[in-house]
Write a protein of this length. Structure first.
Length: 231
């Protein structure tokens, strides 16, 4: 137990990090999105998951804490629930403080909108991102209505990605509907360099590059707060 009344072991178990935004030890707060993004149903205990009910309060705390000037989001996720993933992505995009995302390992499926939701995005050279249409599992009641719902949900994902990255809608749809590349599915697996060339991600880089960029953005943010002018 720390002097602030925080139990690091409890934080690691529940949030995946020893510190929370209230510590104020650094002006940068780090959030990880790993494993499968859990939605409204609790996944089996053997699944490594990211729970949106954990991520959203952390983002709120970081936004409100004056000592936190920038937020670093590190991704290594297979994707997961569409609405939960979009909720996290929208939350990151709406933050007033500088944000940088870094894709390590993978940022697949609904992890793509989260990866592009920040002010600047990095991807490791060996990391990959899988782009494919959304899927629906379980019992389907009312095929026409379900199809219309899936189509609208897909459009939400597409609109978000193209509005927060440099990739064109035509190219993104082309990657999403490619056949023959993925087993038992349609879509494309994009490697780091290609993700940058397509305009999906801003740059190739690692943790050092991400922190350096975030420090630059936080310096601009600090100047804007004090003078109202960014040079």
């Amino acid at each position: 137990m720390t002097k602030e009344g925080v139990n690091p072991a409890e934080n690691i178990e529940s949030l995946g990090t020893a510190n929370i935004a209230t510590t104020g030890e650094s002006n940068i707060y780090c959030i990880t999105v790993i494993g499968q993004i859990e939605g409204h149903l609790v996944l089996p205990p053997q699944n490594k998951t990211t729970k949106y009910e954990h991520i959203i309060p952390q983002l709120v705390a970081a936004e409100q804490n004056e000592k936190i000037e920038g937020i670093l989001i590190i991704l290594n996720t297979v994707g997961g629930d569409v609405e939960a993933g979009l909720a996290i992505a929208e939350m990151i995009a709406s933050l007033s403080k500088p944000t940088v995302t870094l894709v390590l390992g993978g940022g697949h499926s609904i992890g793509v909108p989260i990866a592009v939701s920040s002010n600047y995005s990095f991807i490791a050279e060996t990391a990959t991102m899988t782009i494919h249409p959304i899927r629906l599992t379980g019992l389907v009641i009312g095929v026409p209505q379900s199809f219309e719902y899936l189509e609208k949900m897909q459009e939400r994902v597409i609109r978000f990605v193209i509005s927060h990255s440099r990739i064109s809608e035509q190219k993104f749809r082309e990657l999403m509907l490619t056949t023959g590349e993925l087993a038992r599915d349609i879509g494309t697996t994009v490697v780091g360099k290609d993700a940058v060339e397509f305009g999906l991600i801003d740059a190739i880089g690692g943790i050092g590059d991400a922190i350096k960029k975030l420090n630059e953005l936080t310096a601009e943010y600090r100047q804007k707060k004090t003078t109202g002018v960014v040079q």
